[in-house]
Ligand binder design. Structure first.
Ligand SMILES: *Cc1c(COP(=O)(O)O)cnc(C)c1O
Length: 435
């Protein structure tokens, strides 16, 4: 592959045009390939496990649109259902049976969810769940963890500071300190810090929010004991536990991380997979909490396109498929085989792969981290340098070393065997340059 460069002329041309009318030419920042360099590909179509760009290049896709595409691109069942629905109209701004069907499908299968409400993104789901937790408890303070991403609402764009606990340092310009002053940030995987925090602030805390399995800043799989302690402390202090399952929901098993940890959160937020590729988010949980939402209760929340019929159809077709056969067990097996194949043959280099269910994360350090500060920035830089070569070899990895990879049901053993060989070869070739 050395020296062989894919044609990217059309992508480059489109990027130039897009840059004239859109900041950096992209509608979500990481798509600009800022971390990895090279030309962001403009995609023409997807099919199963493959992406095709406008220059006619084909890539085995491990980004899966950042998680939603658990059935792969243009999954036939989902596409057929959506096509049928589109003919009946795109939105009504009134209730449909489809909303009920998707809600009922989830409520009847997810233990912690008595009632659910649909929104249009993960950000919106989390924002609404936090407002609900505050309205329900009558408290303002929330706790989040360093390395967890919960969308881009103001209250959650908060940076970890130098101390163990920090409050309210905005992580973005345009977020007033006044808005984030009620958001505390703790490191993950630190029981002592958690206990200290609850001793001092527990009774003022509306909610703790944590990703089901943190997967937005590397894959930081938490220990069961830690999650159990979090549940126990929130219960003792009357704070709600919000499990942000926007990635993990319907991904690490149908029951998400709640099932994985054997945990019953008070509220769960969804996004990504729940819309089957369409923009859907949701929040749900205990009925007594959910009934505080307008119009039953005093916590306001609304959405013009919430419960959109086409999106509900895509979501329902996707979730139905996920409850058939051995979908999760098979993806997990394939992932495990794939990951061990790469790591077994690269014993001399420091490549490591963290994996859970159908998620994997390639990292370049010996120990698999459980907290943000345990991630080696050098390793991330190494990934970023490697990204371009993977792309040229037809492997589409997420364009940042902090992002995780997702398998879909469309990734076959044969595809993964080929990819393992390519990845192993490229990492092997790069390793001596780096070591
Ligand atoms: C993607 C993500 C969000 C935000 O969802 P959007 O649909 O991008 O707004 C929130 N929380 C987690 C855990 C996510 O992975």
């Amino acid at each position: 592959m050395n020296g062989a460069c894919l044609k990217t002329e059309k992508s480059q041309h489109l990027l130039k045009l897009a840059e004239e009318v859109t900041p950096a030419g992209v509608h979500s920042p990481v798509r600009a390939f800022g971390a990895v360099g090279g030309c962001p590909r403009f995609i023409e179509r997807g099919e199963g496990a493959y992406l095709f760009d406008v220059d006619g290049n084909r890539y085995l896709d491990f980004c899966s649109s950042w998680g939603p595409l658990i059935l792969g691109h243009a999954a036939p069942d989902v596409v057929a259902a959506v096509k049928e629905q589109v003919d009946r109209g795109m939105t009504f701004g009134a209730s449909t049976e489809l909303e009920y069907k998707l809600a009922q499908f989830i409520v009847s299968r997810i233990e912690a969810i008595d009632k659910i409400r649909f929104v249009s993104s993960g950000t919106e789901a989390v924002m609404s769940a936090v407002r609900l937790a505050r309205g329900f408890t009558g408290r303002d303070m929330i706790l989040k963890f360093e390395g967890c991403y919960h969308g881009h609402s103001d209250h959650l764009l908060v940076r970890a500071g130098s101390g163990l606990v920090t409050f309210g340092q905005p992580a973005s310009a345009g977020v007033p300190g006044d808005i984030t002053k009620n958001t505390a940030v703790l490191p993950l995987d630190d029981e002592e810090a958690l206990q200290e925090f609850f001793k001092e602030h527990g009774d003022k805390l509306a909610a703790v929010i944590i990703e089901g399995i943190p997967a937005n800043n590397g894959l930081l799989i938490q220990r069961h004991d830690y999650m159990r302690l979090l549940r126990a402390l929130t219960e003792q202090h009357g704070a709600l536990l919000i499990l942000d399952e926007v990635i993990t929901g319907f991904r690490v098993g149908f029951g998400g991380a709640a099932e994985y940890y054997g945990l019953r959160p008070d509220l769960i937020t969804y996004g990504k997979i729940i819309g089957g590729g369409m923009p859907v988010g949701a929040f749900g949980g205990r009925a007594d909490i959910m009934d505080h939402i307008a119009p039953l209760g005093p916590v306001y929340q609304a959405g013009t396109l919430s419960g959109n019929p086409v999106a509900m159809t895509a979501g329902l077709a996707t979730l139905k498929k996920l409850t058939t056969d051995n979908v999760y067990a098979e993806m997990e097996d394939r992932n495990r085989r794939f990951v061990s194949k790469i790591t077994e043959r690269l014993t001399s280099s420091i490549v490591n792969i963290a994996g859970v269910a159908s998620i994997f994360w390639i990292l370049f350090q010996r120990d698999i981290p459980r907290s943000a500060s345990a991630i080696a920035p050098d390793g991330i830089n190494h990934y970023n340098r490697m990204h371009k070569r993977m792309l040229e070899a037809g492997i589409y990895l997420p364009p940042s070393g902090y992002e995780v990879c997702f398998l879909s049901t469309a990734h076959t053993d044969e595809m993964l065997d080929d990819a393992a060989e390519t990845i192993e070869r490229i990492i092997g070739e790069e390793a001596h340059e780096w070591a």
